[in-house]
Unconditional design. Structure first.
Length: 235
């Protein structure tokens, strides 16, 4: 597992092409996965939400459009500045202001206890040095009874899909990703390796329990290529 500084550097380098690469490499399915995540968060108007490892802010914006007032947090400045630029563009186009974005480490969130109604993280928890610490931090800043929702890659277990996925993910995606982002580093090889190594399904639900979250559940997406996990903060 690379250290925090290496992760920051890796995302800083891919930041300019990150959104473009996401759309191209997932054939646009990542947009649908975030939409499903918003549905599972089940935002009530006026709620306050925190999106951790927010990156360029796609999930934060989607949750804000659903009626929440959002804060997006990430520890990589170039990713955050893309998110911020999208908000500026939105206002210039006459649409409502976007989320507030700020620099923060997921493992030491700079917020008071019970500050938010829910917290989310999309494709970020896998990159954090200690996922249980980050989940515990997310639970701490959410009100009792609130929810913590995680969108993350999983490994498909359906035989044909599994083979095709592994070939694409290991052989094609790292080359395409580096090409689209013009990145010299191994960010997209790291993507493959980190997904293969990360606890998924039942094992991830165990991490949620270890972080003190109640009733952890999972919902597999697209034949088990991704999953949404949802837990509740103990009352
Ligand atoms: C794959 S991107 C996901 C971005 C966004 N959530 C999305 O759905 O596209 C992972 C993000 O996690 C951030 N990240 C990784 N470890 C972090 C940490 N410990 N604290 C804050 N952000 C972190 C990276 O800077 C990067 O922007």
């Amino acid at each position: 597992m690379p250290d925090g500084t290496t992760i920051q550097r890796m995302f800083a380098e891919v930041a300019p092409g990150y959104d473009r690469a996401n759309r191209a490499l997932s054939f646009g399915i990542d947009v649908w996965w975030r939409r499903k995540t918003v549905q599972l968060v089940a935002v009530r108007p006026g709620e306050h939400g925190l999106d951790v490892c927010a990156g360029t802010g796609d999930l934060s914006f989607a949750l804000q459009r659903a009626g929440a007032t959002m804060v997006g947090a990430d520890f990589c400045a170039p990713m955050l500045s893309r998110a911020h630029a999208k908000g500026v563009q939105q206002v210039r186009a006459g649409r409502p202001a976007g989320p507030v974005f700020l620099a923060a480490d997921a493992m030491a969130l700079p917020f008071a206890d019970a500050r938010f109604d829910f917290a989310t993280v999309a494709f970020g928890i896998r990159n954090v040095a200690d996922p249980v610490v980050a989940l515990r931090e997310m639970a701490r800043v959410v009100k009792p009874g609130g929810r913590v929702v995680v969108l993350e890659f999983t490994k498909p277990r359906v035989p044909v899909l599994g083979h095709a996925y592994r070939f694409y993910f290991k052989r094609i995606l790292p080359k395409l990703g580096s090409w689209i982002c013009g990145a010299r580093n191994d960010a997209y090889r790291y993507l493959h390796d980190s997904v293969m190594a990360f606890p998924e399904r039942e094992a991830f639900l165990e991490l949620m329990r270890a972080a003190g979250l109640a009733n952890p559940r999972q919902r597999l997406l697209t034949g088990g290529i991704a999953a949404i996990y949802r837990g509740e903060v103990q009352r």
